[in-house]
Design a protein around this ligand. Structure first.
Ligand SMILES: Nc1ncnc2c1ncn2[C@@H]1O[C@H](COP(=O)(O)OP(=O)(O)OP(=O)(O)O)[C@@H](O)[C@H]1O
Ligand SMILES: [Mg+2]
Length: 264
């Protein structure tokens, strides 16, 4: 049997936040993260508020406000058929390699319609124009799957969207792009019970042995729908514990304090 291909490899990653108003002001946040994700694997990151989960996802995606001070991030390039260093690439190049991030707090863009936005994203990703008729069919099929009102396509991106509607918007984007590796930052926050099911189904529909996920969540309920095979606990910018699905039960039972104490 063939060895599974590694998709994302993070080695000894240290990163800081750089205040864009005063570039001298730097706050170290990540202190030596190691994660390896292979194709088809679903990983979860859990950890207390402020431990660095969103920062890690922003750094992987190449957000310009964060600076990597040590370590590396490698991603599998299909074209080169090997892991490549992505740290010097801008976010859109990382996206073209197959990396996708859904934001914890998606930004509203008044004036830009959902349909316009998605069409231009797909154009960039596929590097070719998509005929309007084809695009309309694609988007309306996906919206139906996610039980989204077709009216959404005409609304301005995330403008006045409820918390749950924003999250569905992120999944819609993901299901159109079909990324190789999706990082979903608290995709379950603010979702009602039915929406959680719909969003989880949306994720599960995209799970296959080639696609990988990094799910950031505070709750076991998402991971009951989308089963994670690997769980990482992040605290104060470090992975303090790694394990399988069982670790989630231990976390729910004991809480972070005990796990952090145990880890020393
Ligand atoms: N843009 C920023 N400006 C100022 N501080 C930041 C910024 N980004 C991250 N930090 C700081 O880095 C730490 C980690 O924040 P981060 O958002 O990564 O935490 P998190 O684990 O995602 O938390 P939560 O569970 O609340 O979403 C926090 O102390 C936060 O204040
Ligand atoms: Mg966060």
């Amino acid at each position: 049997m063939n060895e599974k291909q590694t998709i994302l490899k993070i080695n000894n990653l240290h990163a800081e936040y750089v205040n864009p108003q005063n570039k001298e002001e730097k706050t170290p946040i990540l202190h030596g993260i190691n994660i390896e994700i292979k194709e088809g694997e679903i990983h979860a990151i859990m950890g207390p508020n402020g431990s660095g989960k969103s920062t890690l996802s922003s750094v992987i995606m190449g957000h310009p406000h964060y600076n990597v001070t040590e370590g590396e991030i490698l991603f599998f390039s299909e074209k080169e058929n090997k892991l490549v260093d992505i740290l010097s690439m801008p976010a859109f190049e990382r996206a073209r390699l197959g990396l996708f991030l859904s934001f914890q707090y998606p930004a509203a863009v008044p004036g830009l319609s959902v349909s316009h936005f998605l069409r231009s994203v797909l154009k960039t990703m596929r590097n070719q124009d998509i005929p309007l008729k084809e695009f309309r069919k694609e988007i309306s099929d996906k919206m139906q799957e996610l039980k989204m009102d077709p009216e959404f396509a005409r609304r301005y991106l995330n403008d006045g969207f409820s918390g749950g509607e924003k999250k569905r918007m992120e999944i819609l984007q993901m299901s159109l792009i079909q990324p190789k590796m999706a990082i979903l930052d608290e995709i379950d926050s603010g979702l009602d019970i039915d929406a959680l099911k719909i969003v989880s189904e949306g994720i599960n529909n995209l799970v296959d042995d080639k696609k990988s996920y990094l799910l950031i969540t505070h709750y076991k309920r998402l991971l009951d729908y989308v089963k994670a095979d690997n769980v990482h606990v992040l605290a104060k910018g470090k992975i303090i514990k790694q394990g399988g699905y069982d670790l989630i039960d231990a976390l729910e039972e004991k809480g972070y304090d005990d796990i952090i104490k145990e880890a020393g």
